[in-house]
Design a protein. Sequence first.
Length: 317
Amino acid sequence: MSPFELTVVMYHYVRDPGDRCEAGTGIPGLGVAQFEAQVARLAREHAMIAWPDLRDFLVEEKPLPASACLLTFDDGLLDHFHNVFPILRAHGLSGLFFALAREDGEPLTLAHQIHFLLPVLTCQGLRDAVWNWLTPVQQESFILAEGRYEARFNSGSPDDPTLILKSVLQREFADEARPILSELFERHIGDEAATARDYYLSRAQIAVMAAGGMHFGGHSRSHPWFDWIGTAAQTMEIAASAEWLHGIEPGPWAFAYPYGGFNARSPGLLQAHGFVAGLTTREHISQTEPYGIGRYDGESLRHDWDAIERGRVRRDV
Ligand SMILES: [Zn+2]
């Protein structure tokens, strides 16, 4: 396909400290007023589109408006019902929500267990708590894995240790970490299933949002790194999303890669399961590949609005 210009912005947590979504968890997010200001500015500077506009462009080559912009929201969080949906409705806008293929009552994913535990235990505390659960052999491979990410994330940033810990837990130790983190959750926070119920969108909330002009896409079932898991696991994750989307959103659908990770097999697997778009976390506006569509993080735009402008300039070079 020939390159096309599209600005996509990605959001996760949209919340204020102490509101019903943050609920004293200490999990930070983009403030609600900041989110509304960003949306208003994007709407002034761009032609805001909805998922069906992009779908029709990809499937039928129906043209997009100049300076098109699409708002996307990952993980199917309660924030999107209480804090995002009303603002989008007030501005006459639609969002594309990449929710996990889960049913009401299922526990947290590993990614979100980590989000809850980090503010409570701190990075070092979480690392030590996990460490105590590992066998000596596991501890040895844990250190080796940390060493590999230390070499990769050696930026001198205070975020480095958190990135390293998350990387090891989400990849090498994903299978081992889940039950350990569930134990830590029960010990330090409380009932994980009850927390999950008040953390993810319910089926009923999704139905209300869909009836209110919002659109839904796939984001896998268990939120793994697609560039880490095998092809069979990737296929299961994508198939779960396709099955989940039936009855929620008419196909073909869009998919957001968990953590933005994907590999050479991902586009073909998505295509085989009824997905026509794959959204990444790479920042670019000039889109050359429907399964590698770039997105800007709304939380980074808060500090660096010009990133979008630079993305445009890079295209022109
Ligand atoms: Zn996600």
